[in-house]
Design a protein around this ligand. Structure first.
Ligand SMILES: NC(=O)c1ccc[n+]([C@@H]2O[C@H](COP(=O)([O-])OP(=O)(O)OC[C@H]3O[C@@H](n4cnc5c(N)ncnc54)[C@H](OP(=O)(O)O)[C@@H]3O)[C@@H](O)[C@H]2O)c1
Length: 322
């Protein structure tokens, strides 16, 4: 099978297309002939070497979510899965390939009306956005700021907050054109990356969903309302300053909360139930999947270059071509 591996951590040029033997599913696993492969911000972080401490080694196959058809099952897995079209979570790697392995516990059957590309655009992003808002105890009528809203997770968080009756849904993004696209998804106020925006934008927010972190993170503590909650789900802007805790404690008079959130902490059956609902909503046209572009698997380096260049709105999807 064709697969894309990180030969050298750093620029997208370090990705290589290689021919590998088809993997066979172990106990509890299935093998999937991939139709669509999601390309996420986390793939770019792993490839860049920024997550070097997490033990990724040369030869690592990127990709955490795929959609396609189950071709084989391992020991203990119901053979009825074979031939079914599914979405699957492959963990921290293994997705950028013609055949991907996944735990059977992550599988979600695809509704007929949902394309494989839509499924990998909605799957992980939808879960992170949904449960991050829940982790923030977001309630109808509250104001929300999504920092880094133009990415895969952000476009879902904006739609969920708007649908759930947020009083305001502000976003940070890097261009007016991206701001217009976010307005079409439910954003009410568009701010630049530093948080500057129109005069009528709220001064403070009840909830901030943060996908960026980076050096500017502490500046956003001052954008929380009293009892406001910030939930950090990503670090696309790099790590925050080492002393960010000092600024957080200094803001104690607001009784603010800062939390991190990882979808890995949500029990799999709960994740599956919510993902199935998201897929059904999208199939009915009630949620939009934002596919930036579909490229072939052997164009993975181009996909990563587009992410590094900040061109991507929503998600790029890879698809095997042979
Ligand atoms: N918590 C979880 O369970 C979970 C699960 C999966 C992934 N993640 C994490 O989520 C992140 C990826 O999210 P994603 O896939 O939505 O990312 P993405 O699609 O790459 O988008 C992130 C957005 O952030 C903005 N951005 C990028 N660099 C920035 C910078 N230096 N300063 C300010 N804004 C910047 C960009 O928008 P503009 O150019 O418009 O500003 C970009 O569209 C990764 O850190 C990953 O580890 C977390």
């Amino acid at each position: 099978m064709l697969a894309v591996v990180v030969e050298e951590f750093g620029s997208p040029d370090g990705l290589a297309v290689v021919d590998l033997p088809d993997p066979s599913p172990g106990g509890g696993q299935v093998s999937i002939a991939t139709e669509a492969i999601g390309v996420g911000g986390v793939d770019a972080l792993i490839r860049s070497g920024a997550l070097g401490d997490y033990g990724f080694a040369s030869g690592h196959i990127l990709g955490s979510e795929v959609a396609g058809t189950v071709t084989a099952v391992g020991e203990g897995v119901d053979t009825a899965w074979v031939g079914r079209r599914v979405w699957a979570f492959t963990g921290t790697g293994g997705g950028y390939a013609e055949q991907a392995l996944s735990s059977a516990a992550t599988l979600i059957p695809l509704p007929d009306a949902l394309s494989a590309a839509d499924a990998v655009t909605l799957g992980t992003s939808g879960i992170v956005a949904h449960f991050a808002l829940r982790h923030a105890h977001f309630a109808r009528g509250e104001s929300v700021l999504v920092r880094g809203a133009a990415g895969g997770i952000g476009v879902m968080a904006v739609q969920f907050a708007a649908r759930a009756g947020a009083r305001a849904v502000a976003v940070t993004t890097s261009s007016a054109e991206r701001g217009d696209r976010l307005r079409a998804l439910g954003a009410t106020h568009v701010l630049d990356r530093s948080g500057r925006g129109p005069a009528d934008a709220p001064a403070g927010y009840d909830v901030i969903i943060d996908i960026v972190a980076g050096p500017d993170l502490p500046a956003f503590f001052s954008r929380l309302e009293p009892n406001g909650r910030m939930v950090a789900v990503g670090a696309m802007g790099g790590w925050p300053p080492a002393d960010f805790g000092k600024e957080m404690v200094a803001a104690f008079q607001k009784s603010m909360s800062f939390a991190t959130f990882s979808a890995d902490t949500v029990p799999m059956p709960e994740r599956q139930a919510v993902t199935a609902e998201i897929f059904a909503d999208a199939a009915r046209g009630e949620l939009k999947s934002i596919v930036h572009e579909i490229l072939s698997l052997d164009q993975a380096a181009q996909a990563h270059q587009r992410m590094d260049d900040g061109e991507v709105f929503g998600r790029i999807v890879l698809t095997p071509t042979r």
